[in-house]
Each structure stands twice: as C-alpha cells, then as structure tokens.
Write a protein that binds this ligand. Structure first.
Ligand code: NAG
Ligand code: NAG
Ligand code: NAG
Ligand code: NAG
Ligand code: NAG
Length: 392
C-alpha cells in the first residue's frame, strides 16, 4: 500500500501496549497548537464517515488518522455505551458484523434477542459487554470487497479516545458524534448517578471543552456537530449545550426511532419550522433527496430548497466510491457524483467513506484561497520558493 499507511503497525503496538479505558494519546491539554490551520468554512464540509472506512476498518484510530491525513474537515462517529456505562465509538448495536466476536468462545453464551426499533434482533449486543471485554475484541472491515488486510489489528475506541485524536491533530479537525440508538441504550444501560445516555454524551463533550454555537469563537476552536435520528434526544440536549445539532433523516419507509413519526411528517414545512429551533441542519439519506429507480436518479425533491428556506444546512449521507454504490448517471465516476451534489443540488456537507477523494475533488475544483495571514501558509510559500530556486 501507500507509504502513508506505514504508521499502522506502530499504532497497533500502541493499542496493545495501551492501558484499557485510558486514552493512549497524551491528554489534549498537554499539547498546544496555537497556530493550527483553522477549519475551512468556505466550501461544503468533508465529513469522514466513520473515519476513512473505505480503506481501514471503521471507527478505529487508524481510520480516523487516515481521514485527517487525507483532509477531513470533520471526523464522524457513532456513540454507544458499554454495559458498564463507558461511551464508545461503534456503529452497529451488535458486534457480529464488524468484530471478531465469533472467534471469542468465552463469550459464546452472550447472544441475545432484543427489540431494536420494533424489530427483534439477534446477536452479541454492545450493551452486554463491559469496556474491558469490548477492548479484547478486534475490529474488521464491514464489506468483503474492501481491503481486508487490517482485520484483527485494531480495537474499539472510547468516545474520549476519539476526541483525543481530533484535538491532537496538527490542524483544526472537527468532531461529528451521533447519539446512536438512545432508546435502546437508555433501556439497557443505567448510570449510578441517575443520569441518562444523552447526559453522559454531553458531559463528555463539555469535559474536553466543546462548547459554543455554530461559527462562534469557541466553536471554531473546537468544532463539533451533534447528530441523531432521535428528535427527542436532540431537543433534550439542546437544554445542556448550544453546540450545533443535525437531525438525521432515514429512508422514506423508516419512522423516527423515538417519536415514531413518518418521513413525510418530519420533512414537512411545519416540522422543519419546529425543529429549526433546536438544530442547524438535517442529515438525510441522499436517495431521499433525489429518488432512485433502476439505479438511475429521478427528479430531485424539494427537500434541500425547503431546508434552506428554513435556514437549515443539509449534510446528506453516504458517498462511496465503489461501483455498486454509484448510480449509473455518474458513469462509475465518484467525482461526477460530488460535482452533482455540490454544484447542482447545493448541499452544505457530505458524509463520505472516502475522504481523500472528496478532498481531492474540492482542492481541484474550489481550492481555498490562500493568503499570508497564516504562518503555515507562509512556510509553504517559502518552501515553494526555495525549491524553485534550487531548480535554477
Ligand atoms: C476466526 O477463526 C477462523 C478459524 O479459526 C479464522 O479462519 C478466521 O480468520 C477468524 N476470524 C477472525 C475475524 O479472526
Ligand atoms: C419479538 O419476540 C417476542 C418473543 O418471542 C415476541 O413476543 C414479539 O412479538 C416479537 N416482536 C416482533 C416485533 O416480532
Ligand atoms: C429545558 O429546560 C427548561 C427550563 O429548565 C425546562 O422547562 C424544559 O422542560 C427543558 N426541556 C427539556 C426538553 O428538557
Ligand atoms: C408507529 O406508527 C405506525 C403508523 O402510524 C403504527 O402502525 C405503529 O403501531 C406505531 N408503532 C408504535 C411502536 O407506536
Ligand atoms: C486572509 O485570511 C484571513 C483569515 O481567513 C481573512 O480574514 C482575510 O480577509 C484574508 N485576506 C485576504 C486578502 O484575502
């Protein structure tokens, strides 16, 4: 693979050597980057969906480091809770599809069936494992057609470890954590202090200094979006933090997991008018904005126009390079897909499995105008001048 992936074995050693439940990175407060390159805010956000999970198993340190290296504006994650109440980064409520749980015979008796949003689901549930047990597992790639070479190398990380990765980056990198399956988590996990999942989620953000409304000075220092499919959770946490929130919207057939509202109800003008009191934007599945038939795009709906009319941003998900995810209109070219969504539909952020591709597209089509107000830009300019001189 590319030389930039050489860091992976090193990270692996760190992970094995690292002490459980404690960030293996120096705490962010120990590091001062007074002159970090700021977050770009002039073009749609590059949101690294579960890190660069197109290349490296999702939501692992290596996937997030890769995304930062490739130019992510935000690294995205899903927050769930272990049995003993530690918030972790993991997408599925069960461990079956993306870890080596099947090979851990010591946990063979942990398989359960729970009602997850009205569907009886069977598997090894995250909420039935302590953090120490979860750390003994290793993560693997979700899709068989993606690179399998990192399977078994990386462990599940905590919310705090994820935050450390963003805060330790040498430029400003935002976080984009999801309050994931809050109904299920609050049913299965109880905290001694009587607090609920959403409280623990906000407490963690506050502990690391995340605060401030969208584009405020505090926010620009440590940018964060809070996302959830559960409107009740977003409204609940809006009392605790003014960090910007994004309301996620699923497929047209899926009702909201907490309020059981239909897609049509939550995308109505009336509802957008209501929810805009709590959120700065919506995060819809892209096929609901532009419906698809026989793998071709149909006429676009007015969802983006409606959202923008209510002053709501639109951050659709998920952009993926592989041909099985690209609609035929894009003739197998992920850049054509980005061009369409950014320049024809006009979205404000994109969740992508391939941050590097989106970054390259944006650098080529809308480079950020560089000026000398920033030390790193100046250094770059000097380096270019020096290398040009060397060639004379
Ligand atoms: C689980 O074990 C089987 C056989 O023992 C092995 O082939 C497979 O690679 C292992 N899977 C993981 C995810 O470690
Ligand atoms: C889930 O399983 C339980 C117990 O078998 C059953 O009573 C219930 O009806 C099932 N629920 C659904 C939604 O299938
Ligand atoms: C937010 O706080 C206000 C004032 O304390 C309270 O009346 C309201 O019920 C709270 N809202 C939520 C959603 O918790
Ligand atoms: C959710 O709403 C649908 C449609 O109105 C209804 O059929 C279903 O019973 C509701 N589910 C719950 C859990 O309330
Ligand atoms: C240079 O960048 C700074 C910070 O982004 C901005 O405030 C300023 O207006 C820019 N100056 C020019 C000449 O573009």
């Amino acid at each position: 693979m590319t030389p930039s992936l050489l860091f992976v074995p090193f990270l692996f050693l760190l992970l094995i050597g690292g002490c459980l439940a404690r960030p293996f990175y120096p705490l962010p407060s120990k590091l001062a980057y007074s002159d970090r390159q700021p977050l770009q805010t002039t073009r749609p956000y590059n949101i690294a969906h579960r890190g660069s999970n197109g290349e490296i198993p999702e939501e692992t340190v290596a996937a997030y480091m890769r995304a930062i290296e490739e130019g992510a504006d935000f690294i995205e994650t899903d927050i769930l809770s272990s049995k003993d109440g530690v918030l972790i980064c993991f997408h599925d409520v069960t461990l079956d599809d993306t870890t080596d749980i099947a090979n851990h015979t010591e946990f063979a008796n942990r398989k359960r069936t729970y009602d997850v949003q009205g569907v009886n689901t069977t598997g090894f549930f995250v909420v039935d494992f302590t953090l120490v047990e979860l750390k003994s597992l290793r993560v693997k790639q979700r899709y068989p057609f993606r690179d399998q070479q990192y399977n078994g190398e990386f462990s599940i990380i905590t919310f705090e470890e994820y935050i450390s990765i963003a805060l330790d980056a040498t430029r400003v990198v935002g976080i984009y954590p999801e309050i994931k399956n809050p109904v299920l988590i609050n049913q299965h996990v109880k905290w001694a202090d009587g607090k609920r999942f959403e409280d623990k989620f906000v407490d963690t953000l506050k502990k690391y200094g995340y605060k401030g409304s969208y584009m405020s000075e505090d926010w620009l220092k440590q940018p964060a979006f809070i996302q959830s499919f559960a409107p009740t959770s977003l409204i609940y946490v809006s009392n605790q933090t003014d960090l910007p929130k994004i309301f996620l919207i699923d497929d047209v057939t899926v009702p909201t997991q907490d309020t059981n509202q239909s897609y049509w109800e939550i995308t109505s003008d009336k509802y957008l008018q209501f929810i805009r009191n709590y959120v700065v934007g919506i995060g819809p599945w892209k096929d609901t904005i532009v419906p698809v038939e026989n793998n071709y795009l149909m006429t676009s709906t007015d969802l983006v126009a409606k959202a923008h009319a209510h002053d709501l941003q639109v951050h659709p998900y998920t952009y993926r390079n592989e041909n099985m995810f690209l609609h035929f209109n894009f003739h197998q070219d992920p850049y054509a897909e980005y061009d369409y969504w950014i320049n024809t539909i006009g979205v404000d952020g994109l969740f992508t499995d391939f941050t590097g591709s989106l970054h390259n597209f944006q650098e080529w089509t809308s480079p950020i105008s560089k000026n000398e107000s920033h030390a790193s830009d100046l250094l770059h300019k000097i380096a270019v001048m020096v290398s040009a001189y060397g060639k004379l």
